[in-house]
Write a new protein. Structure first.
Length: 367
């Protein structure tokens, strides 16, 4: 695949360096988006022809496509996937000007949001969050009556893997659309800086609004954790003590599992503070072997972005369930309904961290 890109002189320390994967990110992201769209389009065609493995529907499916049938949804997936592959290829070539450019950017943004946060359910987040808890608890016989093999077979079934693939596709579409918007606009394809950068992107301004985003991204999971810790301790927050005992009898270990997830949420909240703290830029003394070394921005940006997407998609699933009458608004569902706010705040805080730490671009030499 040939991808057009405006040549930019490379100066200083950038001379003589190899074209690494990171350095070529606008190109490979566009290629990956084309391949992903075409592959999923072929899968949609396969399912529309009666192929096995249609991943939606079933008793435990709470995705946005839970009520869909392969005969109906398959052709739509095929059309959207194959057409998306063609449009992604056009974007990879850097074509389109005027209204056509904005239509392509809008299409890419719509695909990104739909695939990453609208269609998926809470299952990808639960699977990834529970994995470390089960790995730690397995030597001690927790969770009871469930082996590691059974856990992974349940938590990472094909429908869940499909949701993870959708999230991956959404992230690819977001990256490809951003690269296209930069490449066809007045901005560097690598860092996004233009000749006249917006005031809100300066490090000083990013620090100010990023601090507010961090505050929200810390408050929401802390609120969620308080409710789960209360239940694990037998405090009937929003429930009667009898209801807590009945739930424990019906699902042994349910409150302990909730407390474990709550602890992970608080650990994530503490790590979120690093997006505005000094130890988020230089490893503190208590980090063995890395103390005093600078923290690579991608070390924080990549996991924070993934968590923001997973949390937002899970929150959207809870919101759909409430609007459809499947769940009611109470202490059990209330904190989860705030997860889209958590995800948005974490994404904003991560963006602010990126803007503060990106430094001078090796391609356009802007800072």
């Amino acid at each position: 695949m040939v991808i057009r890109q405006t040549a930019v002189p490379r100066q200083g320390a950038d001379r003589g360096r190899g074209r690494s994967l990171v350095r070529r990110s606008p190109q490979w992201v566009s290629c990956a988006t084309v391949c992903w769209s075409l592959l999923y389009g072929v899968l949609g065609l396969y399912w529309s022809l009666g192929g096995a493995g249609f991943p939606f529907g079933g008793a435990h499916d709470d995705t946005a496509l839970a009520a869909s049938q392969a005969a109906v949804a398959g052709p739509v997936m095929a059309a959207v996937g194959l057409a998306g592959g063609v449009l992604a290829f056009v974007m990879a070539q850097g074509r389109g000007r005027g209204p056509a450019r904005w239509l392509l950017i809008g299409y890419g943004a719509t695909m990104a949001v739909t695939l990453a946060v609208v269609i998926p359910s809470h299952r990808p987040l639960m699977a990834i969050a529970r994995t470390p808890l089960v790995l730690i608890g397995a030597p001690f016989g927790w969770p009871p009556q469930l082996s590691l093999r059974e856990f992974f077979a349940t938590m990472y079934s094909w429908p869940v893997i499909n949701e993870l693939l959708l999230i991956l596709g959404g992230l690819l579409w977001a990256a490809a659309s951003l690269a296209y918007a930069r490449r066809t606009g007045d901005a560097c394809a690598h860092c996004g800086r233009g000749r006249h950068p917006a005031a809100w992107t300066t490090p000083a301004n990013a620090r100010r609004w990023g601090a507010w985003a961090v505050a929200v991204a810390v408050a929401v999971p802390t609120f969620y954790a308080i409710t789960r810790w209360a239940w694990a301790l037998g405090i009937p927050l929003g429930f009667s003590r009898q209801a807590l005992r009945v739930a424990e009898a019906e699902s042994p270990g349910i409150w302990l599992a909730g407390a474990g997830l709550a602890t992970l949420a608080v650990c994530g909240a503490l790590l979120t503070l690093g997006l505005i703290q000094r130890w988020g830029e230089v490893y503190p003394r208590w980090v063995l072997f890395l103390r005093g070394r600078p923290v690579q921005p991608r070390t924080a940006i990549i996991p924070a972005t993934v968590v923001a997407v997973l949390v937002t998609s899970a929150g959207m699933a809870h919101l759909r369930a409430m609007l459809s009458g499947q769940i009611s608004l109470d202490w059990g569902s209330g904190p989860a309904l705030l997860w889209p706010l958590w995800g948005a705040a974490l994404a904003a805080a991560t963006l602010a961290y990126h803007l503060r730490r990106r430094g001078r671009c090796r391609h356009c030499q802007r800072s």
